[in-house]
Design a protein around this ligand. Structure first.
Ligand code: WT7
Length: 667
């Protein structure tokens, strides 16, 4: 990336918080930004004091890049803060409001949560799990998944949650890297009416060789003989891998345990969990989070960014296999005594209105979801939200990738009825909690911008030389470069499990003493951050840096386009040429005329420099199981190469179909 990123696409719209929202907001004093920025450590200490500590810390921060410690000498227990301390005032309040895909509902109060978590903790102890051990959790979104995470925290074991959509091979890698002693799973999980065979994958992983695994706990979730397994009828749960002595049914092991289990006293810097992220290259990185700082960060951001109130019903649609589920399904909401919704299944089962039915049924007030989902909803059409009552909603959040302005506006108007603030929150597995985000009572929002760093966060953009472009710019100038963080924050990762060298290389070697996010960003004249995606998603076309994201937004701005993925393909003259893959909205069909129109539309929105060389109209885009578009594979398609590794794709058939289509369009 050269010194500045082209800032071709401009967004003029801005939405002030309504007076009605601002008046009642948890934070509406703009002074907070200046105070926190002047002394971030004091700011975070203020939040940490709101948690329950068994012993106060001696020192707030110790910092020598890349090593950071927060609240040194302090002792606390994360499970106590999420569960037990709510018993004084909220024992009978619903903590987890769960809906399974088949429509079954469970409401677990804080009192019940304390008992369930303690039983689970005692069950783990009975299998020899103790402080410092690792437990691998491979489950669908059922309440027992949250019980198990909290049970680990209660006894001082670290959890490593592996998303239930991952294969046996991926599970095998993660179990071995973390050296897990116990795996907790289910017979299967419901997904689009079929059963995902989880225990089978655990058996397959262990057969490949997981010498550290002593026990497996199996919750019976589906137990349906003859149920569909990935669309194919099976004779029921495959018990061939059941191993006596190693495997235990949850219902034999957990319910008879005592509902009392003391909370282990943990050091602020003791390991809370490991969570694997798939780097764009190489093996997955086990991102490490510790106790005191992480909990402080998720507690604070949940309260301010979601403007959480005692009677809110909060739904974060992320799976607990991702960091969003850790921070904003489990630790952030429960530390605040919230009622959190968990949903097991797919958004289109039994119909494409499932999310809206959940909101209507449970009177959900705050919704936190991802742009990829929002674009799917747009593509499915307005009839689905239109037929549901969404009037309980009062705030909407977005996370996971840049949100195209048109999707943002649709979310605000169609789902939020024009009245709910939209918070676009930027963060990463490594950052632990949100770092760039609006505060809904305070920040005027611009569609597509994550707005400003959260109070106490020092974020800026650097050029190749490591110069701070915000420090040197003229007033009102827009600058673009590498997004970096120049001051530690409490939830930052403490490293990559077992690989300090890789940690130093990936995040700390690009710029001295500075955390490099791997993302590009521009900052506009108002100090608003516009995320441009991973820096390797920035194209260099005839000497101009163009973000794939900006071209995608321009395409999605066209009424015919539901979703777009843009890549730069090698070009003799221009360096890179732009290839666009687009999905049309219901009611539109592809034609040469439309392709020309889309190219012209991009040229009009951004400039001729951004006109795509190819526009391929496609039925699907290749995505990972977490919903990220795999641009690397699109590049392979556009450059006529053999496809690279497709094992992390949700559906490998999609990219093969695209390749055929691309080749016939070219030929
Ligand atoms: C990467 C982190 C944060 C939890 C989910 C993803 C992208 C995330 C945004 C946003 C633009 C975003 C970045 C980041 N990203 N949120 N609001 N706007 N980009 O966690 O899998 O660790 O991915 O997701 O590229 O670096 P993750």
């Amino acid at each position: 990336m050269s010194e500045t990123i082209q800032t071709l696409l401009t967004e003029e719209r801005s939405f002030e918080p309504s007076a009605e929202f601002a008046t009642q907001a948890n934070v509406n004093d703009p002074e907070i930004y200046n105070q926190a920025l002047a002394d971030p450590v004091a700011f975070w200490e203020g939040w940490a004091k709101k948690l329950d500590w068994m012993k106060p810390w001696d020192r707030a921060l110790e910092w020598k890049a890349p090593n950071v410690k927060w609240f040194l000498g302090g002792k606390l227990n994360a499970c106590f803060n999420c569960v037990d301390r709510n018993l004084q005032t909220r024992a009978d309040k619903v903590a987890i409001l769960w809906e399974g895909e088949p429509g079954d509902v469970r409401k677990i109060t804080y009192r019940q949560l304390k008992d369930e978590v303690s039983r689970t903790a005692n069950a783990l102890k009975s299998l020899g799990v103790g402080k410092g051990d690792r437990v691998c959790i491979y489950m669908p979104m059922v309440p027992e998944l949250a019980f198990t995470m909290l049970a680990c925290a209660r006894i001082g074991a670290a959890h490593s949650v592996v998303f239930g959509g991952f294969s046996a091979e991926s599970l095998f890698d993660r179990i071995n890297d973390a050296q897990a002693k116990v795996v907790v799973t289910t017979d299967g999980g419901w997904r689009r009416g079929g059963v995902v065979p989880l225990k089978k994958a655990v058996d397959d992983a262990i057969v490949m060789g997981c010498p550290t695994v002593e026990s497996v706990i199996v919750l019976e979730r589906t137990g349906v003989p003859g149920a569909l397994t990935n669309g194919l009828p099976t004779p029921g749960y495959d018990r061939s891998g059941w191993t006596e002595g190693r495997d235990h049914w949850w219902h034999d092991l957990v319910p008879h345990q005592s509902p009392d289990c003391p909370c282990e006293e943990m050091d602020s810097e003791d390991l809370l969990f490991i969570l694997y992220t798939s780097g764009s290259t190489g093996k997955p990185k086990g991102i490490v989070h510790t106790t005191g700082g992480y909990l402080t960060g998720v507690y604070a951001t949940f309260q301010w960014v979601f403007d959480h109130k005692e009677d809110d019903i909060f739904w974060c649609t992320a799976d607990c296999g991702w960091v969003t589920g850790h921070s904003y399904v489990v630790y952030g909401p429960l530390a605040n005594g919230a009622t959190v919704v968990m949903y097991e299944g797919a958004p289109d089962t039994p119909d494409k209105d499932r999310f809206w039915r959940l909101i209507e049924r449970h009177k959900i007030t705050i919704l936190y979801t991802a742009p990829t989902a929002i674009r799917a909803f747009m593509k499915w059409g307005d009839e689905f939200p239109d037929r549901c009552d969404l009037s309980s909603l009062r705030l909407l959040g977005s996370v996971g990738e840049p949100i195209n302005p048109e999707a943002w506006i649709w979310y605000l108007q169609k789902i939020g009825g024009g009245r709910c603030p939209v918070v676009d929150t930027w963060w990463q597995t490594e950052t632990g909690h949100m770092l760039i985000t609006p505060l809904p009572g305070l920040t005027a929002t611009k569609p597509g911008s994550a707005t400003r760093p959260f109070p106490g966060i020092r974020a800026t953009v650097f050029n190749d030389m490591g110069e701070d472009l915000l420090a040197s710019r003229k007033p009102g100038e827009t600058v673009g470069g590498y997004l970096v963080l120049t001051h530690p924050w409490p939830g930052m990762t403490r490293g990559i499990w077992g690989d300090p060298k890789r940690f130093a290389d990936v995040y700390w070697s690009r710029f001295a003493d500075t955390y490099f996010t791997g993302d590009g960003a521009k900052v506009d004249g108002d100090g608003y951050f516009w995320l441009l995606g991973r820096v390797d998603d920035v194209m260099l076309v005839a000497g101009h840096n163009i973000s794939t994201m900006e071209v995608e937004s321009a395409l999605v701005d066209h009424p015919a386009v539901a979703e777009a993925a843009v890549i730069g393909k090698t070009h003799e003259l221009k360096g890179q040429a732009i290839s666009a893959f687009v999905l049309l909205r219901a009611g539109y069909s592809g034609s040469d005329g439309l392709v020309d129109e889309l190219k012209a539309h991009v040229a009009k929105k951004i400039g001729a420099i951004a006109r795509p060389d190819d526009v391929i109209i496609s039925a699907e885009l290749p995505k990972t199981r977490s919903g990220k578009i795999m641009r690397r594979l699109l590049r392979d398609v556009a450059e006529g190469r053999a496809l690279g590794d497709t094992t992390t794709l949700a559906d490998p058939a999609v990219v093969n179909a695209l390749k055929d289509k691309y080749e016939s369009a070219e030929g």
